[in-house]
Design a protein around this ligand. Structure first.
Ligand SMILES: [Fe+2]
Length: 271
């Protein structure tokens, strides 16, 4: 498996920036999976390192359109988390300043010990931001900022065809993952690089090697028009959600590996 490490990903080309902008300013459409793409490197953590006893949270609302970012103290006083948030927001302001009136932000913090031979999070190829049958009227696509301090996320620039897939019947992650060759090039950022991707970006959590054993911190910020209202998402006690939460079974299992990304080994944030 050929891996292209961070050096080659150090500069986001104008074309990748334009692709990302076109992605996020248009409604979700399967055709755009057929554009070769890579995430944008928007910054990195130079001086700050994540605290070592961070509780984990899942898709916790931290921003409501027109409001202000609001975080529980345990995250607000972590300089590395605030650094990620500030850099992501600065990039977003530059790319699509109108986001402040239209988008929510949700944050996922996942910190735990990882063991060789396993993935920390979703191991199979997938993308974040499926709209599916819940959104017959498509929204502009979700986009995310991700960073990790150990064994970063792997990305693929392979062109895939999603135009034949059925939202009601097909597991899009499995079907698109099958189209990525086993010996595909992997694009891997440096640890602490802050990467922006859109809902069309295939990626996966890497399998840990012995040298990665130890703590891994993964942060994801999701900028989206969606209401993440699934019971099980972490509640932010400092920011009441302007919507109700409902039981929402995941539309399908992402992959067998996804079972490894439950909360085992993480301490969960409780409000
Ligand atoms: Fe993901």
């Amino acid at each position: 498996m050929l891996k292209i490490k961070g050096e080659n990903m150090s500069k986001s080309s104008d074309i990748n920036i334009q692709i990302a902008l076109d992605d996020i300013t248009h409604k979700f459409t399967p055709e755009r999976f057929s554009i070769s793409r890579l995430p944008l490197k928007v910054g990195r953590l130079d001086s700050h390192r994540f605290g070592t006893a961070l509780p984990s949270c899942l898709d916790m609302l931290i921003y409501v359109p027109g409001g202000e970012i609001s975080l529980p103290e345990v995250y607000k006083y972590d300089p590395a988390i605030m650094d990620v948030i500030n850099q992501a927001v600065a990039h977003e302001d530059q790319l699509m300043p109108s986001w402040r009136d239209t988008h929510y932000i949700y944050i996922t913090v996942d910190q735990r010990m990882i063991t060789a031979g396993r993935t920390h999070r979703n191991g199979g190829w997938h993308f974040d931001g499926m709209q599916g049958i819940r959104y017959p009227e498509k929204l502009e696509v979700c986009h995310q900022y991700v960073v990790s301090d150990n064994n970063p996320t792997e990305f693929s620039n392979v062109v895939v065809d999603a135009t034949q897939l059925d939202e009601a019947k097909d597991n899009w992650f499995v079907e698109l993952g099958k189209q990525v060759p086993d010996d595909t090039e992997l694009f891997v950022p440096e640890t602490y690089d802050i990467m922006m991707m859109t809902a069309y970006q295939l990626h996966r959590s890497p399998v840990a090697k012995p040298e990665h054993e130890g703590q891994r911190t993964f942060i994801r910020m999701d900028f989206t028009k969606k209401k993440f209202d699934r019971i099980g998402n972490t509640i932010n006690p400092t920011l009441p959600a302007p919507f109700e939460f409902y039981p929402r079974p995941l539309p399908f299992e992402i992959s067998p590996e996804a079972k490894q990304s439950d909360w085992k080994g993480a301490s969960q944030f409780k409000s």
